[in-house]
Design a protein around this ligand. Sequence first.
Ligand SMILES: NC(=O)c1ccc[n+]([C@@H]2O[C@H](COP(=O)([O-])OP(=O)(O)OC[C@H]3O[C@@H](n4cnc5c(N)ncnc54)[C@H](OP(=O)(O)O)[C@@H]3O)[C@@H](O)[C@H]2O)c1
Length: 247
Amino acid sequence: MTDSADKSTFKGNAVVTGANRGIGMEVCRQLLQQGWRVIACVRDQQAGAAAIKQLRADTGADAQQLILRRVDVTSMTDIRSLSRWLAEVGFQLQALINNAGVFLESAAAGNADPLQVEVTTMLQTFNINTLGPLRMVQGLVDNIAAGGRIVNVSSGMGQLSDMGDNHLAYRTSKTALNAVTVVMARRLADRQISVNACCPGWVRTDMGGAHAERSVDQGADTIVWLATATEADGSGGFYRDRARLDW
Ligand SMILES: NC(=O)c1ccc[n+]([C@@H]2O[C@H](COP(=O)([O-])OP(=O)(O)OC[C@H]3O[C@@H](n4cnc5c(N)ncnc54)[C@H](OP(=O)(O)O)[C@@H]3O)[C@@H](O)[C@H]2O)c1
């Protein structure tokens, strides 16, 4: 099948990383409900298969609309393989959602204190939260259509204008992701590809915990809006609740 053959069937093709749980899974659900084809990327096939089963049951998506691919965002081999597959099946992307992320510091582990955090934790966090999205952009840029949108799921914890005194690895990985966002927005302007970052807010997921303020539905809203809405047409911005945030 080629993209031109089935273009009319779906509103667009979206790649979502970290799609097997939390905000990523909800982003997939909302895109499917809006009539998009979703290529759900997971690093664990088994967890991915369970998520796909649930998403199909919830949305009625068939095997054409919801497709599972194994992608660990630390692996350029996985990302290149996804890029080759997209080209082979003729799917151009209208949206790339870099959602996968980790939060490796905690008071319990004793590494939430910036004076205690290990360099290995800093490196691991950067490798996933900052370099993961960078690899995805570098590896998939030729699969993204003109007019396509890249959404980097960042965090208010990376906001320089509102820094705390803890969780240095996570915070700086997201600050750096914001910088990647701005640089890529400028670099990809001539291809008419927009690149934005957003904060989902504090969301009830494995990462956010049970006491977080927001549902996954609320957390996914601005991400999906940036990926799909005609009025979300800027590039190089940082958003929460569909409104610009300070860096
Ligand atoms: N929850 C919040 O309050 C909150 C607030 C601000 C920003 N965010 C951001 O929102 C995004 C999603 O967070 P969440 O709350 O949904 O987290 P989550 O429930 O912990 O889910 C994280 C997802 O990322 C995936 N992932 C981790 N490392 C990966 C890798 N190397 N390759 C591919 N996938 C990987 C996980 O896959 P596995 O299941 O295989 O581990 C999982 O699917 C993250 O970027 C996070 O920083 C969350």
